[in-house]
Design a binder for this molecule. Sequence first.
Ligand code: THU
Length: 160
Amino acid sequence: MRKQLFKCPVTVFDLPDELAPGDQALLALARQTREDAYAPYSGFKVGAAALMENGEMLSGTNYENASYPLTICAEQAVLAAASSRFPGMAVRALAISVKNLKQVIAHPAAPCGACRQVIYETERKNDAGIRVILQGETGPVYIIERGRDLLPLAFDETYL
Ligand code: THU
């Protein structure tokens, strides 16, 4: 018997202006896009911005539905759009910003489990890691160097 430890290394920036300029720009796009989220049921707005290999930035938001389970998360919206617009092109980074209309979120919200699986699928299909940049409405910024780190013991196509 042996124990194995899976780690998720996170770099913490107490102030967003400590970020590299490119990361600041991507996060700013996620924050701006977040305001357009369609989230009338939860009041939880999420903006996601993807930096493509060619330098283009795409963004998306969560998109809720009166039939709740049909809701699409922001991360999944932007990664699907990235794959349609630039098939096979690596996504270099993904910034995610959240805002709760009922309370100020002062720390980053990590992507849900389903989104982690979609981020990982995108990494595998493009054979390129995605730097994940997280921030709440205010407060510190977390950077996780590869989406894979957010999903220990991940399921992937090698099982199929
Ligand atoms: N949501 C996202 O967009 N991304 C996540 O990773 C977590 C949750 C959305 C879905 C729903 O519209 C709202 O946040 C509350 O769950």
